[in-house]
Design a protein around this ligand. Structure first.
Ligand SMILES: [Zn+2]
Length: 158
């Protein structure tokens, strides 16, 4: 595998810059997660090695952030039940095992599935040319020249 620099994709400071409420005392944990998540991204989307440095940095920070539940933060917990007394707080982490995962948009930004996306785009770029007097050109919701079913006009004197 090609050497990717920098590795990890982001430093602890860069993570904190993107995370104003970074949990106090989590520095060591976050440092390890940045390394793990960087490797996770390379393992999951090998094309990430070719992605822009800034893209890798942004995404590794997002992955680490999701893997680190923050006590009291709504984003990290699905429910917070506070009973009487300071020590009876119950929290349910949304991502309890701290799993790393990438969203679809992140995978795309990292270059995953580039070939497939291109193939799909070719199909959708295909445009059908209707006859000038096709009903569709007169505000109708249907085509009278047959171009919508045949890909080219076949009725109406085509
Ligand atoms: Zn038509």
């Amino acid at each position: 595998m090609a050497e990717v620099t920098p590795f990890p994709f982001a430093t602890l400071d860069e993570l904190k810059q993107r995370w104003p409420d970074f949990p106090a005392g989590a520095d060591d944990h976050a440092t390890v997660l940045l390394e793990d998540a960087s490797q996770f991204i390379l393992d999951t989307v090998p094309n990430a090695a070719m992605a822009a440095e800034a893209t890798r940095r942004r995404i590794v920070c997002a992955v680490v952030r999701r893997a680190m539940p923050v006590p009291g933060a709504e984003a990290g917990y699905s429910s917070i039940q506070q009973a009487a007394g300071p020590f009876s707080q119950t929290m349910t982490p949304v991502n309890p095992s701290g799993d790393f995962y990438l969203t679809k948009a992140e995978r795309k930004a990292l270059g995953d599935g580039t070939q497939k996306a291109f193939g799909a785009q070719v199909g959708s770029l295909y445009t059908v040319q209707h006859l000038p007097w096709c009903s569709i050109n007169f505000g109708a919701t249907y085509c009278s020249c047959g171009a919508d079913i045949a890909g080219a006009p076949i009725y109406e004197g085509a």
